[in-house]
Structure formats: structure tokens, C-alpha cells
Design a protein around this ligand. Structure first.
Ligand code: FAD
Length: 298
């Protein structure tokens, strides 16, 4: 018997956690605490992003090194093509491999500041599909790519965007991690269309627990994710009520993951924003327990 409406049996659910490279000592400590809190859930992997415009290469490498050195969880490094030659990008991939990071989230990246049209580096990879192909050719890497349930903002159409995902999978990607979204149906429709287009790798929903609603609206505006009216209503008036906001956020995220679970989703990728509590609570509701602790049967 499952211990809650949607919680899986032990071993049923797989999760991964995404972090960003922190700035300063306080940021380093916060990331370290977050990793220590979430690692006992034995995630499939944790990943560290690569800064906008390729700006945090050193920070990404340092954060990866720290996580590799302090936990035994599998670690993935994000890698983008923007603003760098193929040689430079390949060097970063090799650097990852040298530290034992053989899972790469391969991305095109964005020009900065946000909204500037993308143009590839003269000696660079033109997009994620080309990067995937080069990484796959080495035979050294497990490769994840990005997918967009509401289509990438630069994509002429949903069909075109799915065709691009198909190119990345054909080039050697092993799974797709999605942009965040707030209506489970958005993901389910997208998954159906991707499967119909012959995409046969796991498509893992990206879950953004909302720690800061205003910031979420800003991110959503940049990456083309829709904020439903009901969600804006749910957070209305809570700007100065962080504790209540967290309760609301946990309730909405649990309902969201519950619906996905009911539709057969068993893998979840959490955008933690380097904070553990909400991701931890949602994983708990999904039936996960820290290593050596099993959920109590109902
Ligand atoms: P691509 O798959 O190359 O596609 C980009 C756009 O170009 C799409 O609209 C696609 O349809 C179109 N396109 C590509 N090739 C063609 C073609 N041949 N013909 C027509 N259209 C084409 N950004 C960072 O800077 N650092 C990160 O660490 C990072 N991590 C991310 C993690 C996840 C899970 C996700 C979902 C996104 C992440 N991003 C990150 C954001 C990402 O870099 C941007 O969304 C970027 O604009 C697109 O990257 P991509 O890899 O999806 O690009």
C-alpha cells in the first residue's frame, strides 16, 4: 500500500537536483548545506549549471569539484556552446571527465544580455545538436539535453521545436530535461507529441518549487513559461509572508507532482535554486526517504 495518495513504492521514484554555481563564501556554504541535505535521497544525479553567456565556467568547475569531493552522488556538469570555440568547449568537457564527471547537460546557451539574438562563435558549435554529436562521438559521456513543453521562445513552432529535440536525440542524447512549467497537462501534451515524433528517450519534467514568486515571474517571462492566473492568485498578497508563501508553494508543488505521478511520471528534475527545503518536502511527499529509511506502509 502506498503511504499517500500519490507516493510511490520505495525505489519507484527517481529524482535529480539542479544547482547553480554560488557566489562568495555565504553562497558556497548554502550550496554545501543544500547538497548535504538532499544527497541522502540518493538522487540519480545532481547537476551544476553553466552561467549565462558561458560566464561562470570557473565557478561551475569549482562547484562540481566540491560536490564530487564531498558526496558520492553522481554529478552532471552543464555545458553551453555560446561565446566559445569548439576547442574551448571540448576542453571544458575533458576537464569534467578528468574530475570524474562524465554526465553532461549539453546546451546551446543564450547570448547576453537576455533578449540579444543568438549568433554562434565563428569556430564554435552552432547549437546543442552539434555539441551532442561531438560529445557522443568521444564515447565518454552520458548526455542530457533541454526540452521545452511550451516550445523554446525562438522556435517558429512547437513542431519545429520537437524536430530540434529529435535531432539532439538522434545525435546521441540519452534523456531530455524540461524547462519548468506549471500546468501538468502542458507536459503530458508535450510528452505525447514527442513520443509521436519518435523520441524514445526519457523526458523528465523540470519542477521549480517557488521560493520567490516575483523572481519566478521574471524567469518565466525570459524563458516563455506561462504563469497561470490561478497561480498568481495563490501568491497574491504574500510578498512579505515568506513562511505562508512556502506553505502555499509546497501545497501547489505537491499537487502538481501528484498529478504527474498519476499520469505515470516517475522521474522528477528539481530546480532547487540552491535551497533544499521545498525540494526536500516534495520528495518526501512523493514517498522518498533518506537512505536507510523506508516509508511506513499505510
Ligand atoms: P538548441 O537545442 O540548440 O535550440 C535552441 C533554439 O534553436 C530552439 O528554438 C530550436 O528549436 C532552434 N533550433 C536549433 N537548431 C535549429 C535548426 N537547425 N533549425 C531551426 N531551428 C533550430 N542555459 C545556460 O546558459 N546554462 C545552463 O546551465 C542551462 N541549463 C539549462 C538546463 C535545462 C534543463 C534547460 C531546459 C535549459 C537550460 N539553459 C541553460 C537554457 C538554454 O541554454 C536556453 O534555453 C537556450 O536558449 C537554448 O538552449 P538549447 O540547448 O535548448 O538549444
Amino acid at each position: 500500500d502506498a503511504p499517500s495518495r500519490f507516493a510511490g513504492l520505495p525505489g519507484d521514484i527517481a529524482v535529480s537536483f539542479e544547482f547553480f554555481p554560488p557566489k562568495g563564501d555565504k553562497g558556497d556554504e548554502q550550496l554545501q548545506r543544500t547538497v548535504e541535505r538532499l544527497a541522502p535521497y540518493e538522487p540519480d544525479f545532481v547537476s551544476v549549471t553553466y552561467g549565462a553567456g558561458g560566464s561562470t565556467r570557473a565557478g561551475t568547475i569549482t562547484a562540481l569539484e566540491r560536490i564530487v569531493g564531498s558526496t558520492s552522488v553522481p554529478v552532471a556538469g552543464h555545458l553551453t556552446c555560446v561565446g566559445a570555440s569548439k576547442v574551448e568547449v571540448n576542453e571544458v568537457a575533458e576537464r569534467y571527465r578528468a574530475m570524474g564527471v562524465t554526465h553532461i547537460v549539453a546546451l546551446r546557451g543564450d547570448a547576453s544580455p537576455p533578449g540579444t539574438p543568438y549568433s554562434p562563435h565563428a569556430q564554435g558549435y552552432r547549437g546543442a545538436a552539434e555539441l551532442v554529436e561531438a560529445l557522443a562521438r568521444t564515447g565518454h559521456f552520458d548526455i542530457s539535453v533541454a526540452a521545452y513543453p511550451e516550445a523554446h521562445p525562438e522556435s517558429p513552432s512547437v513542431e519545429d521545436d520537437i524536430a530540434n529535440l529529435r535531432r539532439k536525440v538522434d545525435a546521441g542524447a540519452n534523456r531530455a530535461l524540461t524547462q519548468f512549467f506549471f500546468e501538468p497537462e502542458t507536459f503530458l501534451r508535450f510528452r505525447d507529441r514527442a513520443v509521436a515524433a519518435g523520441i524514445d528517450v526519457p523526458i523528465i519534467p523540470g519542477v521549480l518549487p517557488i521560493t520567490n514568486f516575483k523572481q519566478t515571474c521574471k524567469f518565466a517571462g525570459i524563458c516563455g513559461a506561462t504563469i497561470p492566473d490561478w497561480m498568481a492568485n495563490a501568491f497574491d498578497g504574500l510578498d512579505d509572508e515568506p513562511a505562508i508563501r512556502n506553505l502555499v508553494a509546497a501545497t501547489l508543488a505537491a499537487e502538481f507532482c501528484g498529478k504527474l505521478y498519476e499520469e505515470g511520471v516517475r522521474d522528477f528534475h528539481f530546480y532547487t535554486l540552491n535551497r533544499a527545503d521545498l525540494s526536500y518536502a516534495i520528495c518526501h511527499l512523493l514517498g522518498l526517504r533518506e537512505k536507510a529509511r523506508e516509508p511506513v506502509a499505510a
